[in-house]
Design a protein around this ligand. Structure first.
Ligand code: GLA
Length: 394
């Protein structure tokens, strides 16, 4: 049984793009194991686009580029497996991959068998150059069946960028995760836009078929293949990682683990955040509040008070975890610090309930204790707070 909980791993695209080879993947495998990522749960090592030759062989099979992968894919898969990891590869539902390499349209069964023969455990399946006359759902189903027909257990990571509301049918066609948006870029706007677009759709995500909000950019700090725009701060990356964990979506790292700063390694191996992400009940968070933060305007227009509202910046999410525990998340997505007001009646706890939340701050470890009625933390710009909570008598 695979993908009972959100899949976790590393993917080559965000940092390396086309610049991939056998020795890089072996080094990353070693790093995932030696630096504790596998022990933390990151088990899939995935090669993205740009691994093959531009032509199939005489038998119509995909061929690994011998300049990049001189030992072939079976040997590389064997090495990855020998380190206790699972091995992932990439193809595309269209006529060519996004980078122009051959892809699997009308070759689904031969390609799935090739991947199975190499020992592949995970297939990311992209959507570039898909014929306009083609039937997207049918083609993803075809690859799903082709993978099943090999008899090998292969996680099917469908990547059609949210076309045709994938949450409505990817579970039915057998996909284990489905990309729901365009590509993430390594900046604050990109990942917050992704989250905002998916919050109301996460109810469709759960065991065996997860909404994939794309690979993490945590710790990339502008290096690599998707480094467009302003480099993120530590707090912004913490916000990204916390949201991916809270939303219960796959955690596919994209940074170069070999050169990752220690604070980002610690963040992506944070036991509490990973426990929330991997919670057995796989529930999406409940959106308790989503509106504006209110900040002081240093130069208010004539006749208007000193307060201004910044739309779609105040977020409070409540996630039910197993064993009667809750994760309570506050974010301030505005460009200025502000108090984010949280009324517990919006969490199902009216003042008459006689029930308090016993709260612990996940980032500082501080035990805040019993809180009733409301909690209004001050949150810096582009930052968040996360609390683990239990229900207690007020
Ligand atoms: C698309 C996908 C990305 C990546 C590239 C590779 O853009 O969405 O995640 O796989 O293709 O070319």
């Amino acid at each position: 049984m695979i993908a009972q909980r959100p899949p976790m791993g590393w993917n080559s695209w965000n940092t390396f793009g086309w610049n991939i080879d056998d020795s890089l993947i072996r080094q990353m495998a070693d790093f995932m194991v030696d630096a504790g990522y596998l022990a933390a749960g990151y088990e899939y090592l995935v090669i993205d686009d740009c691994w093959s030759l531009k032509q199939r062989d005489a038998d119509g099979r995909l061929v690994p580029d011998p300049a990049k992968f001189p030992h072939g894919m079976k040997a590389l898969a064997d090495y990855v497996h020998s380190r206790g990891l699972k091995f992932g590869m990439y193809s595309c539902a269209g006529a060519r991959t996004c980078a122009g390499y051959p892809s699997s349209y009308d070759h689904e069964f031969v390609d799935a068998q090739t991947f199975a023969d190499w020992g592949v455990d995970f297939l990311k399946y992209d959507f570039c150059n898909f014929p306009s006359s083609g039937n997207c759902k049918a083609r993803y189903l075809t690859m799903s069946m082709a993978l099943k027909a090999t008899g090998r257990e292969i996680l099917f990571s469908a990547c059609n960028w949210g076309q045709q509301e994938p949450g409505q049918w990817m579970r039915q066609i057998g996909a284990h995760m489905y990309r729901s948006t365009g590509d993430i870029m390594d900046n604050y706007k990109s990942f917050t836009d992704i989250v905002k677009s998916q919050l109301d759709k996460l109810c469709m995500s759960g065991s065996y078929c997860f909404n994939d909000m794309d690979m993490l950019t945590v710790g990339m700090c502008g290096k690599g293949n998707v480094g467009l725009g302003k480099v993120c701060t530590y707090e912004e990356y913490r916000l990204q990682f916390t949201l991916w964990c809270l939303c219960g979506v796959p955690l596919m790292m994209g940074a170069d683990l070999r050169t990752l700063a220690p604070e980002y390694k610690a963040l992506m191996q944070n036991k509490t955040l990973l426990r929330i992400n991997q919670d057995i009940e796989c529930r999406a968070p409940y959106v308790a509040r989503r509106d504006s933060v209110c900040v002081e305007d240093p130069n208010p227009p004539e006749g208007v008070g000193p307060w201004k509202h910044i739309p779609d910046t105040a977020f409070i999410l409540l996630r039910h975890l197993s064993d009667n525990e809750f994760a309570l998340f506050y974010a301030n997505l505005a460009d200025q610090g502000a108090e984010v007001h949280g009324e517990f009646v919006d969490l199902g706890l009216p003042a008459t309930s006689g029930i308090a939340l016993d709260m612990t701050d996940v980032f500082t470890g501080e035990h805040i204790g019993k809180v009733t009625d409301f909690y209004n933390p001050h949150i810096e710009a582009h930052d968040c707070k996360l609390y683990l909570c239990k229900l207690v008598k007020a």
